[in-house]
Design a protein around this ligand. Structure first.
Ligand code: 1YM
Length: 643
């Protein structure tokens, strides 16, 4: 009877191991490098689980010669007593029977992270050899296996005062045909992450292959230090790293409870993107899940509540989740005794109860932080408000560019006089300062391929504009509509309606200012237009010289001198200085500035636009001095332009 049982078990074990060796991918995902690394994590996870129970605080990982891996912990040691069901030592059962891990664990707070929760027996089955050494109850036990099959009984090889488990194994080249070579950096990075996620756990990694190296990771601050590490080199918006921890027991049925803990660390930086990293039982959930949803809803709710209480936003307004997330770096670490994942890779946590638990733990903690740190709270809320404004402005601009008709619900018509050709490579758009010059340009143009968009200079000029305001400016909106590429992330160069966009402004301070604003706008929102060389400056003349029936135009002072000299004999010429484009009639504007046969266009390069952007930022700052400088410089600018 005993004997039959033994044989029956033995057959089951062999069948189990054979199944793993036949279809390793089912158990470790692949037999490539990721599967190879997986072997290490299956073993390390058991040590980390022991640390989670508070029974271990040091894990040593070694990559030995020939890519042999050794993992050692100072936990309780895998039990060596005879298992009642298999009649063999528990450790041998753990290492030879599939799915034995949890079942034999005897309950308690056990959270396990392995890909399919299959653990050590899979590693054993896929190893050319494996040795387990256990220090327990004053004795050292040892057993070796080959391809999952025990080669020795569990022997006592000495005495000890220590406790813990060591597993040494070599991945089987019959299985891992691609490579059995471990990449130090890959293993090191995950080990570092594990150390961040488990505060006070010391993990070392040593490489004994070619060049010896060793690194030790121990973070007393845990995920607080993780956030600090992720924000290195970024300017913080608040100095503190907010830290919140709590745990809950959730009744599943009579006498059965799930243990759930939620640990969150976050900090705001002055960046615009967010980095929210959710984990469950030390596994990164790339597709988020219920813990992340709970976190985001609590963040949004708490910030809105505080902003309203402090009258920073109106009662009927609210900040959206994307507003409050701007610049946040957060680690959400959930530990759950019975996690339910969606998708094979554990990419998404599914447990529904976790959403509410995370929401309530985080809301409560964040509100407490806000009350204790009102200045930080104010800075965070202000950042979210400015993000909301930028979003709103960008949305408006996008909506407008999507509308087909120039006359729309906004109740204003674009003043664009379009050209007839629909071929962008032949089309030109003149952006003209002022309605009167716009009128001349419209009459003087070659309407087959030249389009005119008059801008009311004053509107732009008085606009002490931050860019949000610029985007709300109807002149700018007309411009976006006319060009057709949309802006920012939605920009598409292929839908540009003109391959020449020509800025035609007066050669004075106002003109220079408008040009600066336009370039800044293109630089910030339609940069590729500049990079493709689609943006130009028109070059209107500064002087008209008339002598009898003859007419000359001078585009600079030196050119004027030259012309005056050339015509010096004869009747005295009359000289007109153009103060603005508006002083030219349609014919003159065509002859001097718009006729492709004679005009000169200045192509704008990205450095010009960058310069304009810098100028713009200086001008819009609080400092008066740069504005004075700008005005002074522009006396010269007018002349520089003509060179
Ligand atoms: C280098 C790998 O496996 N350590 C490890 C594993 C176990 C324990 C301690 C342990 C767990 C429990 C009780 C329990 C495991 N034991 C089992 C089983 N390091 C490594 N350290 N006593 C010791 O979970 O109750 C499975 S894993 F099932 F035998 F208890």
């Amino acid at each position: 009877m005993e004997n039959n049982n033994y044989n029956a078990n033995q057959i089951q074990v062999l069948e189990g191991l054979e199944a793993v060796r036949k279809r390793p991918g089912m158990y470790i995902g692949s037999t490539g490098e990721s599967g190879l690394n997986h072997l290490v994590w299956e073993i390390v996870d058991n040590s980390v689980d022991e640390a989670l129970m508070g029974a271990c605080d040091v894990i040593e990982i070694k990559i030995l010669e020939n890519n042999v891996i050794s993992v050692k912990d100072n936990g309780r040691g895998i039990p060596v007593d005879i298992h009642p069901h298999t009649k063999k030592p528990t450790v041998e059962t753990i290492l030879t029977v599939l799915h034995a891990g949890g079942k034999f664990g005897g309950g308690g707070y056990k959270v396990s992270g392995g890909l399919h929760g299959v653990g050590s027996s899979v590693v054993n089955a896929l190893s050319e050899f494996l040795k387990v050494i256990i220090h327990i109850n004053g004795k050292i036990y040892e057993q070796t296996y080959e391809r999952g099959v025990p080669k020795t009984p569990l022997n006592i090889i000495g005495e000890t005062t220590e406790r813990g488990t060591t597993i040494i194994f070599k991945a089987d080249e019959e299985i891992f045909t691609e490579t059995t070579n471990y990449d130090y950096i890959t293993l090191r990075d995950r080990i570092k992450q594990l150390a961040f996620l488990n505060k006070n756990l010391k993990i070392t990694i040593e490489d004994f292959r070619d060049e010896y190296r060793k690194e030790t990771f121990l973070y007393k601050g845990g995920i607080v230090e993780y956030v600090k590490f992720l924000n290195k080199g970024k300017e913080p918006l608040i100095n503190d790293i907010i830290y919140i921890y709590d745990e809950k027991k959730v009744k599943v049925k009579e006498n059965v409870f799930d243990d759930i803990s939620i640990e969150i660390a976050l900090q705001y930086t002055k960046e615009y993107n967010d980095k929210i990293y959710p984990f469950t039982n030390n596994i990164f959930n790339e597709n988020g899940g219920t813990h992340e949803i709970g976190f985001k809803s609590a963040l949004t709710k708490t910030i809105n509540k505080f902003a309203k209480d402090k009258n920073m936003i109106k009662k009927e307004e609210s900040l959206l989740t994307e507003d409050v997330r701007e610049g946040v770096t957060a680690i959400i670490s959930c530990k759950h005794s019975n996690p339910q994942f969606e998708g094979q890779t554990k990419g998404k946590l599914g447990n529904p109860e976790v959403r509410k638990i995370t929401d309530s733990i985080f809301s409560e903690g964040l509100e407490k932080f806000f009350i204790e740190h009102p200045t930080d709270a104010k800075n965070i809320i202000e950042k979210a408000i400015s993000s909301a404004h930028a979003r709103e402005a960008a949305r408006k601009a996008r909506d407008l560019t999507r509308r087909k008709s120039p006359l729309d619900t906004l109740g204003f018509a674009s003043k664009l006089a379009d050209c007839r050709t629909k071929d962008p490579s032949k089309s030109e758009l003149y952006i003209v300062e002022g309605d009167s010059a716009g009128g001349s340009a419209k009459s003087g143009r070659e309407s087959e391929f030249q389009a005119i968009l008059p801008l009311r200079g004053k509107v732009l000029n008085v606009e002490k504009a931050n860019l949000n305001k610029i985007l709300g400016n109807r002149e700018i909106i007309s411009l976006i509509q006319a060009i057709g590429t949309s802006i920012g992330d939605n920009f598409n160069i292929n839908s540009a309606r003109y391959h020449k966009i020509i800025i035609m402004t007066d050669a004075d301070v106002d003109g220079a200012h408008i040009r600066t604003l336009l370039l800044t706008f293109f630089f910030k929102f339609m940069k590729p237009l500049i990079e493709h060389g689609y943006i130009y400056f028109a070059q209107p003349p500064l002087f008209k010289i008339t002598q009898g029936k003859k007419m000359f135009y001078a585009y600079s002072d030196s050119e004027l001198d030259k012309i005056l000299q050339e015509i010096s004999d004869g009747t005295k010429p009359s000289l007109q200085r153009y103060k603005g484009l508006g002083e030219m009639n349609a014919e003159q504007l065509w002859d001097t500035t718009m006729d492709p046969e004679v005009r000169t266009l200045i192509k704008v390069h990205i450095e010009d636009a960058y310069e304009a952007q810098q100028t713009f930022e200086r001008l819009m700052g609080d400092d008066v001095e740069p504005r004075r400088e700008f005005i002074q410089q522009n006396a010269r600018y007018v002349q520089n332009l003509d060179i």
